[in-house]
Every structure is written in C-alpha cells, then in structure tokens.
Design a protein around this ligand. Sequence first.
Ligand SMILES: O=c1ccn([C@@H]2O[C@H](COP(=O)(O)O)[C@@H](O)[C@H]2O)c(=O)[nH]1
Length: 240
Amino acid sequence: MRDSLYIALDFSSKDLALQFLDEHQLDRVPVKVGMQLFYREGPSLIKELKQRGHSIFLDLKLHDIPNTVYAAMKSLGKLEVDMVNVHAAGGVEMMKAACEGLRDGAEGKAPKLLAVTQLTSTDSEMLKDELLIDAPIDQVIDSYAMMSKKTGIDGVVCSVHEVKRIKERCGSDFLTLTPGIRLKGDRANDQKRVATPQLAKQQGTNYLVIGRSVTQADNPKEAYNQALKEWEDEYSQTIK
Ligand SMILES: O=c1ccn([C@@H]2O[C@H](COP(=O)(O)O)[C@@H](O)[C@H]2O)c(=O)[nH]1
C-alpha cells in the first residue's frame, strides 16, 4: 500500500524538492510532480527522481484541442512516468486523443492515464456561480467519470467523497486518485472537498495525494508515516 500514497512535491525548484526528500529521509516514496516544478525543471527532474527509485505521478492536467493533447501526450509517454492526467472537461475526443498519444509515445508500458473530474478546490457554489453549471456537483462528477471510462482512460482524479459512487458506476477496477487529503486538525487551505487518509481507506480509493499536511508539517516524516498508518490500517508499515 505504501506505493499508493503520493507526496505532492510542490516546490519551486529541483534543489528544494530533493533537499526536502533527503532531509526527511523520504527515500523512494511515491511523488507527484506538478506544474510548478515540471515547468521549471522539465524532463531532467523526472530522470533524476526515477534514478532515485520514486514512482512518479506527473500531474500536468492537460486540457486543449485533441490534436495538441495527442502530441503533448506523445512527448509525455517517453518520460516513463507511472501516471499522467488530463481534464475530463476537454471532452471525449480529447481524452481519446490523449490515450492514443500516450500509447504512441511510450516505448515500453504506457503510463496510466487519469481524468480530473472536478478539482478538489471546487464546491457546489463555485460550479454554479462561476462555471455556470446548474447540475448538482455529484451528478457532474459521476457523469465526467462515466464519460472518461468510455474513452479508454484508466481512472479519475476526484475527492474521497465521490469514490464509492464512481466505483459503483464505473466498476471497482476503474481507478480513483484522491487529492485533498488532510491529517486530522490540519487546515484545508484552498481545498474544498477534503478528507483524512482514514476516510480515504474506508471509501476504497486506489491512490492518495498528500501535499501540505506533510510538506509543511513540523516533522514531515512523522506526518507521512501517520498518513501511511491510517491508510494501511492494521499493517502500519512505516518508513524507517
Ligand atoms: O483535483 C485536484 C487535482 C490535483 N490536485 C493537486 O494535488 C496537490 C494537493 O496538495 P495539498 O497541499 O495536499 O492540498 C496539489 O499539488 C494539487 O495541484 C488537487 O489538489 N486537486
């Protein structure tokens, strides 16, 4: 299970990200590289993290016309990361193009491809008032998940609160990756649909992403191990 708890490396440079991992002895933990770090450091960072033995979720959330997404995914396919993603809001043709691009670009096994349903920083009010989507948020998320599944995508990014419903509708082997994870008592910050690792486990999600609850903790390793312990329940395999 420790392979499924990703730390969000939201740092401004490779040096800071690697210093964080080294200082807190977070050797070989799964990591999520997002836009902030990848736009600055590019593929060389991915290469270095792979050499250090980290599983990598490259969280770039592609959202563009199908032709552009096809070409971008073809490039990402060559990086040999474990997972990449797109926004489901890009639609069916775009998601199909993403699947194809990734397959065409990958030299060996293609990374898993996930679709973001609604960002965990979105709530019902924002959906209605800013995005002018009148359907209830749960209905929108379920519908985006079912649409994603039809395109051949492996799973979705959603909050813990939607996992059970998505699995009922799309099947238990349709993957869910859930950010918005907070240890008990931590601030939600800009996140709206948050949950603890314990609830994530109860709801049956496949992967967790945890950022600030670990990276900004007084003792990041202790915080990571606490999340891992809640997530793994009785096994509690901590990183020594
Ligand atoms: O819906 C989404 C999709 C991606 N994220 C990313 O996950 C981390 C969460 O960081 P925290 O510090 O734990 O809030 C961050 O990198 C986001 O870009 C998300 O939060 N929600």
